[in-house]
Ligand binder design. Structure first.
Ligand code: F6R
Length: 312
């Protein structure tokens, strides 16, 4: 897993070279991404980084969507039952796309003549983010959806890969209950860090975003006890009132929690979001090392999938 995470910038470049279908999306008013876990996060990133409305569905049931919506099913394995179920309900719609390495999703897409991006197999889904995301960005851009900053994002990732000392210090410094806070618009990055800490470091974590957390989570700190760590994702484009809230919060919880901050890199939203994601992925690997656990296997997810496969 560590090698895959370290190679993320190069994998993004390779992923961009994949051939993707071309579609005219001029009339498309919004997107609905169907996907779970390490695949579904792709939808959150697209939502955070493009001007078009994007919703992410993590359910068996396809939500109501108008005929002008582009529905994108993303499942790395192609066998995730929630995604297969919701996508089956979308098959009659005008604009659909499937992204997968194979499995039942590729069969479903082929039999329904659905545009498909097939990506290389053999990786843990969450380590295949480069392949799940960059060919989709390529597809969207060549189909008329504006997502800027691809080259800048890859340069930012490469510069992060060269300097990981601080990220290792953060991974080593994490203790107790873990909270991840982000400015609005970076929910994908915050969710990704939470899930990477869960799956790579085998550790519980929660995430929330400013300013919303000041209206609820904030109060929970009144009774906080024990060890706590908060990682705050910072962005140069934060609203000044959000910055004031973050600074207040650092003072307010400082006596009860360790606080670490990581900062976004670049001008484009894609670079800023992915730079936070990549720093978070590396932190989760360093935390796994500190915890003495193997970052790769996700035995409890596998056990549940196995259990559910026996229930009809
Ligand atoms: C495992 C992982 C999981 C999976 C999820 C859905 O590495 O990240 O969160 O992504 O169980 O499976 P796929 O991605 O195959 O649809």
């Amino acid at each position: 897993m560590k090698e895959l995470v370290e190679n993320f910038p190069e994998m993004c470049e390779q992923a961009l070279r994949l051939t993707v279908p071309k579609k005219n999306l001029k009339g498309v008013k919004g997107m609905l991404v169907l996907g779970m876990g390490g695949s579904g996060i792709t939808g959150d990133i697209i939502r955070d980084c493009c001007d078009v409305r994007v919703d992410v569905c993590r359910d068996y049931k396809l939500p109501k969507c108008d005929p002008e919506t582009l529905v994108i099913a993303i499942s790395y394995s192609g066998n995730t039952e929630e995604t297969l179920s919701s996508f089956t309900q979308a098959l009659g719609l005008k604009n659909t796309l499937a992204i997968t390495s194979g499995g039942k999703l590729i069969e479903l897409a082929r039999s329904g003549k659905i545009d498909t991006i097939q990506i290389p197999s053999g990786m843990p889904p969450r380590a295949a983010l480069s392949y799940l995301l960059f060919p989709l960005i390529k597809f969207l851009r060549q189909s008329g959806v504006r997502i800027e900053g691809v080259d800048e994002a890859i340069e930012s990732l490469k510069s992060i890969a060269k300097k990981t000392k601080r990220l290792r210090e953060i991974g080593n410094g994490i203790e107790g209950q873990i909270g991840i806070y982000c400015p609005p618009g970076f929910e994908g990055a915050a969710r990704r860090l939470k899930t990477q800490i869960n799956e790579n470091a085998k550790t519980l974590a929660r995430w929330d975003s400013f300013p919303e957390l000041n209206h609820n989570e904030h109060v929970g700190w009144e009774n906080a006890t024990g060890k706590n760590t908060v990682i705050i994702l910072r962005d140069s484009g934060e609203h000044e009132r959000t910055t004031a809230r973050i600074e207040y919060m650092k003072e307010y919880i400082g006596g009860k929690s360790k606080i670490f901050e990581i900062f976004s890199l670049g001008k484009s939203k894609l670079s800023r979001e992915l730079s936070l994601i990549y720093q978070g992925d590396l932190i989760s690997i360093f935390l796994a090392e500190k915890n003495g656990v193997d970052a790769t296997p996700v035995q409890s997810i596998d056990a549940l999938k196995e259990h559910l496969s026996k229930i009809k």
